[in-house]
Design a protein around this ligand. Structure first.
Ligand code: LLP
Length: 421
């Protein structure tokens, strides 16, 4: 459920008319709903009720500080994967002890910054990285809390570009080598091993892959404890999918996921961390775009909108589906038509949807790309020297621009011309 509904024939974000925001900030833009963000966070938090737990929002999904602050106020931790994300989480007021550092290539500088500023734990992805964390901790005279990310060799049954838990993927250390790696970690004085980390992929639409992975983690917990390690925290990653197509079967709910966590891992008495990103932000955001032209091709009609692949890259990159709905609700029973919905960027890949059946749209009409809150704004680029589009946050009947559109001057003045030119 989200808070983007038609009222009297007009699309609203909570109690604010989307057309009114468009009139104020111009198009295209992203708009997020506070109530939806909060609801999704609480669903996860409540799903783990009865277990000691922390929901660490994977801020790579949507990292505007206003979103981070909204979630942090409810008690969320943050999962960060770069020095930039760490700095952003801190700037939003998230305390270090609620920040988990994931990511396959943490640099010495990033490790230094996190150890200096405070960190809940590093999820270590390789032995060379473990060595560097140990060295930096010793330099700073601190002890770094770590888990080791294990790769359980489980098929997440999702798009190949976002599956991470197979042995052929770059992530984690093979679970078969885990005991050896933990034994080595225990000899490093700058590290304190506190648990195990696993993340098998994103947009999972079934529980079974999670079950396979978590069963393996349960078994490993017992083996490592028998080896003398203190395993008190399990970080289970993110990955629960969202319904992108309203017509399709819905993926499992956070309550069902929480029940699975309890069933597979509850008996171990560990503190549980999860790192959901998409499920919290995805359906909490829309991209709003204006139709520039409707162009009749040889055998199809093109809806040319002012948003493009640089603003929302998911369709081009993952063949992702986003529902596209008009901001003015079509009259009931209106005859639908078929469009290829495209942006103005000079690439055929700049296509949001092919042969999409929808109510007729005219030039100037606003359309909303649904489920665009996660991996939308954060993956945008300035390709074709198109400015990054604004982000707007709605809260009840209020809205605020939480990132403004840069001017062309701001964009082009970042270039510096060498003196020989
Ligand atoms: N934890 C780790 C270590 C991750 O790598 C990810 C996502 C998450 C948590 C959050 O997963 P989620 O709950 O959002 O599924 N750009 C792609 C998705 C990439 C996901 C990368 N890692 C997309 O637009 O579909």
């Amino acid at each position: 459920m989200d808070h983007f509904l038609y009222r009297d024939g007009h699309l609203y974000a909570e109690d604010v008319s989307v057309a009114e925001i468009a009139a104020t900030v111009g198009t295209p833009f992203y708009v997020y709903s506070t109530a939806t963000l909060e609801r999704h966070f609480r669903l996860f938090d409540e799903a783990l009720d009865g277990m000691d737990h922390l929901v660490c929002y994977a801020m790579k999904a949507a990292s505007n500080q206003a979103i981070l602050k909204t979630l942090a106020a409810l008690g969320a931790g943050m999962d960060v994967v770069s020095g930039g994300e760490y700095a952003r989480a801190k700037a939003a007021g998230v305390p270090g002890e609620r920040i988990v550092f994931s990511g396959v290539g943490k640099t010495r500088d990033e490790i230094h910054a996190a150890l200096s500023g405070g960190i809940r734990q590093f999820n270590v992805e390789s032995e060379p990285e473990m060595a560097v964390i140990n060295e930096v901790a010793l330099e700073l005279g601190v002890v770094a809390p770590i888990t080791v990310r294990v790769n359980p060799d489980v098929d997440a049954k999702t798009h190949a570009k976002i599956a991470t838990g197979k042995s052929e993927n770059k992530f984690g250390i093979p679970i078969a080598r885990a005991r050896e790696v933990y034994a080595h970690a225990a000899t490093l004085p700058g590290l304190k091993v506190i648990g195990i980390d696993v993340h098998i992929g994103s947009q999972l639409t079934q529980l079974e892959p999670f079950r396979l992975a978590y069963d393996k983690v349960a078994e490993l917990t017992e083996q490592l404890r028998a080896d003398g390690h203190e395993i008190s925290r399990l970080d289970l990653g993110g990955g629960l999918g969202i319904p992108y197509e309203r017509s399709n079967d819905a993926p499992p709910l956070p309550t069902e996921y929480g029940a699975l966590v309890k069933e597979t891992l509850g008996h171990l008495g560990c503190e549980i961390e999860i790192e959901p990103g998409r499920l919290i932000a995805g359906n909490a955001g829309l991209m709003i775009s204006k139709t520039i032209y409707v162009k009749s091709g040889e055998d199809r009609d093109f809806l040319i909108v002012d948003g493009a692949m640089n603003d929302l890259i998911r369709p081009a990159m993952y063949e992702a589906h986003h529902d596209i709905v008009p901001v003015v609700e079509p009259a009931p029973g209106v005859e639908k038509t078929s469009y290829d919905v495209v942006g103005p960027v000079c690439e055929t890949g700049d296509t949001f949807a092919k042969e999409r059946i929808m109510a007729p749209v005219n030039a100037g009409d606003l359309v909303a790309f649904r489920s665009a809150g996660a991996y939308g704004a954060v993956m945008a680029s300035e390709y074709n020297t198109r400015p990054l589009i604004p982000e707007v946050l709605v809260n009840g009947d209020q809205f605020a621009v939480i990132r403004r559109r840069p001017t062309f001057d701001e964009m082009i003045n970042r270039d510096t011309i060498p003196e020989w030119l």
